[in-house]
Ligand binder design. Structure first.
Ligand code: ADP
Ligand code: ZN
Length: 729
């Protein structure tokens, strides 16, 4: 849409990609065509900035006199950002009290994509042989049969240095090929391989297909037990969107999940989806971005950052495992991708499907009050039964000293190994031990940058901070008292549980599965293949194994410490424990053989543990709902956190108290704090927190904006606002 019909625009207001700057006005040089949403380059002092042309009235600023306007430099060769997406950017910035530019930067998520068409050089074998063969060259030539990629990627594939390959290029064994960076993706076909759906599944998928056809906003909670075929069912809706030439976004919580998902997707649609996540190479990133913006990308599967991309004609959003907290971003713009997905669907008019076996209480409440449509898959596909769940009371059934697996779970593990079935032990703690101390002087290894212990990782021989990434090699002697060989590990991590299993069952093949061991899609695929080929007897894993995986031979799940999640004492501790344990329990008995789940706990009487044992989800949600109502917690009341930080302790404390002293006094917003954050030091910054609890009627964001804008802080102080917080550290 041109800004002035029939008359070329002469000035343009820009939202520039720099959160420190407000809106800026420019002159549109003669002959340059811009419209609202155009992505442009503008001069800023001696530099250049990227900006998006915005409606003047939605981005008020003091007008600049005509004579002072500088001309825009260029309009970039990408489709303009649509009005609906501009409204979503505004809504997100407003709701999460974030700078508009910071949100817009998530839309323009690939600098490379803005630079227009590009080629790159790849290499492939010519069939020739070098004059002189070396073992490395022979190996490389063998490994690269049929491959074409950049030198760096080929070096990775062949396991040789880039130098070896450059030598082969000089000998004419490898030849360069110029390829279009934005070469097209293979096309998915709606009906490539149609499944045979059960009656329940068919009913749900018919409704989803109908909603895709209606092209109207329709929020749906797809509530189905683990293994009920939620994925299979929403694939039908994806098929309908593909057939109608509309794009689909599927958001998944973890990169590790995508590999299993991708092969399933490919079987169903004959081609993989376009993948989007933070570790894409820059060429793949720009290729994906441009295909998304042009409409060529049919289905995009990605982490939460895929939500803000400029889809040309989105027709369906699916948020799978929608209860997962990894949809909440806790730095930069602190947004919840699940909630913003619903807003995007509303602005652009399409169905949005939140799929989960353990929905967030907020989502369930929306369904129960009729705001979301609820579609239910009540039973597992193919007659598989839900697993039998038993508690192991650790106050009675004590593991031996230095051990964490109690006798009933030991017996069950023996039994599975004997029968040749798989077991899964769940403990949400990476590494070997969460704390290392000196037996002689009591010294504890602590992170220099954070209020946290260093976690011992024996497999990779290091002590690591899980918050900032600080690492050191485990020393031979205590750094404090100098005593040699005096360090002891306290408490278990998954590596230590794996050791305990190996000691107990020396012949068992044990795999440790965490983000440390499954840190790439290739490793994830390798693990899935090994588990499916029955090359693993016992999987010991963190929350990474609680979602998505489907191993038919897995018949035993042991939860090492169900109480762990309850200790933090944050608002959602009970809900999170319920979700994690129910999800990991859902890995058991998904095939023909029935599953058994043993939950180790010191608090069998706790409501959430009792509900897990009874398999009574409704009872848990009812009790939790009442507790939330009583505490004026979501979905009834609202929370917001303000985090004040500085590298200087005093500066942070003083800023926090300045805010505390000027707190708004309101009937419907209660301000708690300031108090030192539980993580009082994080990545070298001292932190204080204020917590706001508001009635739903309160204008919470406006209250916060007014309050924060009244006070100036020294430049070293950072103020973060977290609306609907999930993390309270
Ligand atoms: P959920 O997403 O609810 O956990 P999935 O969609 O992963 O369930 O389905 C669980 C397993 O059952 C998968 O291996 C899936 O391929 C299989 N399955 C589900 N529905 C069907 C169907 N209609 N036909 C064949 N296999 C199915
Ligand atoms: Zn740290």
């Amino acid at each position: 849409m041109p800004i002035w019909l029939g008359m070329p625009a002469t000035r343009a207001r820009l939202l520039v990609m720099n959160a420190a700057l407000g809106p800026l006005d420019y002159r549109v040089p003669e002959g340059m065509a811009v419209e609202h949403g155009s992505v442009v380059v503008a001069p800023l002092g001696p530099r250049q900035v990227t900006g998006i042309v915005w409606e003047d009235e939605r981005l008020p600023t003091d007008p600049v006199p005509e004579g002072k306007l500088r001309p825009l430099l260029a309009v970039l060769d990408v489709p303009p950002i649509s009005a609906q997406l501009r409204r979503l950017i505004e809504w997100t910035a407003d709701y999460y009290v974030a700078p508009l530019a910071a949100v817009a930067r998530m839309v323009i998520a690939s600098g490379g994509a803005l630079r227009g068409p590009a080629t790159m050089t790849e290499y492939r074998l010519t069939g020739g042989a070098p004059e002189r063969m070396t073992p490395q060259r022979t190996a490389a030539i063998e490994a690269l049969e049929g491959e074409q990629a950049t030198i760096r990627e080929l070096a990775g594939i062949a396991g040789v240095s880039e130098g070896v390959l450059r030598g082969l290029v000089n000998h004419g064994v490898l030849e360069p090929v110029e390829v279009d960076v934005d070469r097209p993706y293979s096309r998915a076909a709606a009906d490539f391989h149609l499944p045979d759906l059960s009656d329940d599944q068919r009913e749900v998928s018919d409704r989803l297909v109908e909603l895709v056809g209606a092209r109207k906003f329709a929020p749906v909670l797809l509530d189905g037990v683990t293994g009920s075929g939620k994925t299979e069912t929403y694939f039908e809706a994806i098929g309908a969107a593909i057939a109608a030439d509309r794009q689909v976004l599927v958001m998944l919580p973890e990169i590790a999940l995508t590999e299993a998902f991708l092969s399933r997707f490919e079987k169903r649609f004959g081609a993989g989806p376009v993948v989007w996540h933070s570790s894409l190479k820059s060429t793949e990133r720009r290729r994906a971005w441009r295909a998304i913006a042009s409409g060529e990308a049919q289905v995009v599967v990605g982490a939460r950052s895929a939500l803000f991309l400029p889809y040309a004609n989105l027709g369906l959003i699916v948020v799978d495992e929608a209860h997962e907290i990894s949809f909440k971003q806790d730095d930069g713009v602190r947004y919840n991708a699940r909630d913003v997905a619903v807003m995007r669907a509303r602005f652009e008019g399409m169905p949005v499907v939140l799929a989960s076996a353990t929905p967030a209480l907020e989502s369930l409440h929306m369904a129960d009050t009729g705001i979301y449509e609820k579609l239910v898959l009540p039973s597992r596909f193919g007659g598989a039964q839900m697993p039998d769940i038993q508690l192991v009371d650790l106050t009675e059934e004590k593991p031996g000293s230095g051990a964490w697996i109690a006798p009933p779970l030991r017996r069950a593990l023996f039994d599975r190994l004997e029968k040749g079935e798989q077991s899964l032990l769940f403990l949400n703690r990476r590494g070997y031990a969460p704390l290392t101390l000196c037996r002689h002087c009591g010294f504890r290894f602590q992170c220099p940058n954070c209020s946290a212990w260093l976690v011992e990782h024996r497999l990779s021989k290091r002590l690591a901070c899980h918050h900032c990434g600080h690492e050191t090699a485990p020393p031979e002697k205590c750094p404090d008292c100098g005593e040699p060989d005096c360090l002891v590990a306290c408490g278990p991590g998954v590596e230590r549980i794996a050791d305990e299993v190996t000691e107990m069952l020396p012949e068992a093949r044990v795999a440790v599965v965490t983000s440390d061991t499954l840190n790439s899609p290739e490793k994830a695929a390798e693990f899935v293949a090994m588990a499916e080929a029955k090359a693993i007897d016992v999987i010991v894993g963190t929350q990474l194994v609680t979602k998505g995986f489907h191993f038919p031979e897995l018949t035993l799940v042991g939860v090492i410490d169900a109480d762990l999640g309850l200790e933090g004492g944050d608002l959602r501790a009970a809900e999170r424990t319920y979700q994690q344990v129910a999800q990991v329990a859902g890995r058991a008995g998904r095939g023909a053989k029935p599953g058994e789940v043993l939950i180790q706990t010191r608090h069998p009487e706790a409501a959430v543990i009792a509900a897990l044992e009874a398999g009574d989800r409704d009872a848990f949600y009812e009790a939790e709902t009442e507790a939330r109502r009583y505490a004026n917690a979501p979905p009834f009341g609202r929370w917001a956190a303000i985090i004040i930080s500085s590298e200087d302790e005093k500066e942070a404390r003083e800023a926090a108290h300045r805010l505390g002293d000027t707190r708004p006094i309101l009937e419907d917003v209660q301000v708690l704090g300031p108090a030192p954050a539980p993580m009082a030091l994080l990545r070298g910054r001292y932190r204080y927190r204020l917590l706001l609890n508001a009635k739903r009627s309160a204008e919470l964001q406006q209250v916060i904006r007014d309050w924060l804008s009244r006070i100036n802080h020294p430049p070293g102080v950072r103020i973060g606002v977290d609306i609907d917080p999930y993390s309270f550290v």
